[in-house]
Design a binder for this molecule. Structure first.
Ligand code: ADE
Ligand code: ZN
Length: 333
């Protein structure tokens, strides 16, 4: 078994609050006198038995972060943990819904996140970009309000826009106005689909939201025509295998569709989604993929190079990432 910790990795699908280290959440909750009963299990991990309980715990964890300095500390901690697992570039989803969409609050909050990202970059060399996301179960009106707020504040590292949350409510087309406005403002688009929604949710994300990437998308493997389409269009999936197993999309990693997706020529990347919720990190994702699918350096190099191509960052940043991979001896697979 290889130690994959130092292998250079890119992570395109990571939720800021979903990556919050439990000790930080416990500390802030204690300082603020917040009730965390039910958030943690007996072992001190986040309670998350299924998608519904995951979303509930996630929203309660999010309420702990309320001041700009909370977000600075969270961003620095999350990116430091990424860097400790060999991640050289990360795209982080932001959904500070507990703040509401007041532009003044967002300006302060984003400035603090930028500061945390600066600190992590200076200390560890990790580069970050930010993707604010609408929350599907909060509905299309909130998505439009959110989009207006995001367009009105300093952009900083924000380069994309997306949607997360409960795929079992609303339809992608309901969010088309928000996505269209953000695309016109120069934000690049991704959407969670094909996780708890089936094949149709992936088609709808492509057709109705005009996304460039799909968050998860793994259920596309259930439809041969869709696989052909994804491969032909070069669509990139942000797969998160550990998340899918933890939330019960697949009973175990051996049943996961990633092998079938790759065999069909679909471009895949690997990320952790909400690592402490799913007891994972990027090193263990690679270790498990090696153990289960006999993946190795060539496949992991493909994940990294696919992620560079699909990253929502400037060409100069991509050139630096390619140089980093080349210098580290990552095959040009
Ligand atoms: N928000 C955070 N993680 C998510 C996931 N895996 N699916 C949908 N929404 C999410
Ligand atoms: Zn996600």
């Amino acid at each position: 078994m290889t130690d994959w910790r130092d292998f250079p990795k890119l992570e395109l699908h990571l939720h800021l609050e979903g990556a919050a280290p439990p000790p930080l959440v416990r500390r802030l909750a204690a300082e603020k006198g917040l009730d965390m009963v039910g958030v943690f299990d007996e072992a001190g991990h986040y309670n998350s038995n299924d998608f519904t309980s995951f979303l509930r715990t996630y929203e309660r964890v999010s309420t702990v972060f309320s001041t700009p300095d909370d977000y600075r500390a969270l961003t620095e901690a999350v990116l430091t943990e990424c860097a400790n697992n060999g991640v050289i570039y990360a795209e982080i989803f932001l959904s500070p819904t507990s703040l509401g969409y007041d532009p003044a609050k967002w300006t302060d909050y984003l400035a603090a996140i930028e500061e945390g990202a600066d600190q992590a970059e200076q200390a560890h060399g990790i580069v970050a970009r930010l993707i604010p996301v609408a929350i599907r179960h909060h509905g299309p009106e909130q998505a439009v309000i959110g989009a207006k707020t995001i367009m009105s504040v300093p952009r900083g590292r924000m380069t994309g826009f997306g949607i997360a949350g409960d795929e079992r409510v609303h339809q992608p087309k309901d969010f088309a106005p928000a996505f269209k406005a953000m695309a016109e403002a120069g934000f690049r688009l991704t959407a969670h689909a094909g996780e708890f929604g089936g094949v149709e949710s992936v088609r709808a994300a492509l057709d109705d939201l005009k996304v460039e990437r799909i968050g998860h998308g793994v259920r596309a493997a259930e439809d041969a025509d869709l696989l052909v389409r994804l491969a032909a269009e070069g669509q990139v999936l942000e797969t998160c295998p550990g998340s899918n197993v933890s939330l019960g999309v697949y009973p175990d990693l051996a049943s996961h569709s990633i092998g079938a997706l790759l065999a069909a020529g679909v471009k895949c990347t690997v990320s952790t989604d909400d690592p402490p919720f799913f007891h994972t990190n990027m090193t263990s994702e690679y270790t498990e993929l090696e153990a289960t699918f006999a993946m190795g350096e060539v496949q992991f190099a493909r994940f990294a190079r696919t992620a560079v191509q699909a990253a929502f960052c400037e060409p100069e940043v991509k050139a630096n990432l390619v140089a980093h991979l080349d210098k580290s001896g990552v095959p040009d697979a």
